[in-house]
Design a protein around this ligand. Structure first.
Ligand SMILES: C[S@@+](CC[C@H](N)C(=O)[O-])C[C@H]1O[C@@H](n2cnc3c(N)ncnc32)[C@H](O)[C@@H]1O
Length: 280
């Protein structure tokens, strides 16, 4: 089954506007973007690619760290996300390319890029194809930095176990949908995670890249932020045959049962890879 936030849905104005508003109002995507841009070591760069750049939260972080003359290409296959991005981030150093990540080499010259940064998206792509394309566009020594959501990587930061997070909104949404709409949650499976580190490392090696560093990071937030995130149409729950209005009504009922300031923890697996320097 396609993941809940699969590509379908990103190219919709409602999602693009709601997503961009969320990135303005809450730190999740700007904070993870800043972290990845920092790890990409771009302070001397000429050209950086923001892969699956959406509405530009990651491009903004890259532009802040890169030198004044550097150029940034933000590539994403959802035109709606980029329309919002162009409006919010009208920076002449930034070029928007509407294309699948898998077609990166069609749009970016071989060996021309100092770093590729991909925030909160790599598991949605055809990973072996994208890694091979990233290797081709990077200069020798260039960095490829990305993160994988904890559920997709099969990891949890220790804080997820130690911080008392209260009732989970997702859990309450399922309970209310079952009570009010006869919803049946999908059966719990013990399917393996989609993109564990062992797979990532193998695919990076197959593409000719080396892993420089990996880290499990935790993002601390609140139930209020989680509610705002679950209001973005592409992320709204439960799955199945509900209208967005029905999902939002269920979300309101679930949220009313929580403490808005209760802490939440989101885990990420961060990977820093490199196209090796050429042998002398
Ligand atoms: C969660 S958003 C992240 C956007 C941005 N990096 C940020 O941090 O705000 C995921 C983005 O990945 C894009 N995406 C998913 N699969 C893609 C693919 N195969 N090629 C290009 N873009 C893709 C979606 O269109 C969406 O804009």
């Amino acid at each position: 089954m396609a993941p809940h936030d699969a590509v379908l849905g990103w190219d919709e104005n409602t999602t693009a506007e709601a997503y961009a508003a969320f990135t303005r109002d809450y730190p999740m995507y700007s904070a993870t973007s800043r972290d990845l841009a920092h790890r990409a070591q771009i302070t001397d760069s000429n050209l950086v690619v923001d892969l699956c750049g959406g509405a530009g939260a990651t491009a903004e972080a890259i532009l802040t760290l890169a030198p004044a003359q550097a150029r940034v290409i933000s590539l994403d296959n959802a035109a709606a996300m980029q329309r919002v991005g162009r409006r919010m981030l009208p920076d002449p150093r930034l070029t928007w390319v509407t294309a699948p990540a898998e077609d990166l080499t069609t749009h970016v010259p071989t060996g021309s890029v100092d770093a590729v940064v991909c925030n909160s998206a790599i598991w949605k792509t055809d990973v072996p194809t994208v890694f091979a394309a990233v290797h081709r566009v990077l200069r020798p020594g260039g960095r490829f930095v990305f993160n994988i959501g904890g559920g997709f990587a099969g990891i949890r930061h220790a804080d997820e176990n130690t911080i008392r997070t209260g009732l989970s909104l997702n859990h309450l949404i399922q309970q209310i949908a079952a009570r009010d709409h006869g919803y049946t949650p999908p059966p719990a499976t013990d399917a393996p995670p989609k993109l564990p580190l062992s797979t990532v490392a193998g695919e990076l090696a197959a593409a000719g890249m080396t892993v420089l560093d990996t880290e499990i990071t935790a993002q601390h937030s609140t139930v209020a932020e989680k509610k705002a995130w679950l209001s973005i149409p592409v992320f709204a729950r439960p799955d199945g045959d509900f209208t967005h209005e029905q999902r939002m009504a269920i979300l309101e009922k679930a949220y009313a049962l929580t403490a808005p300031d209760a802490p939440t923890v989101t885990s990420w697996l961060v990977v820093v890879a490199q196209r090796p320097e050429e042998a002398q």
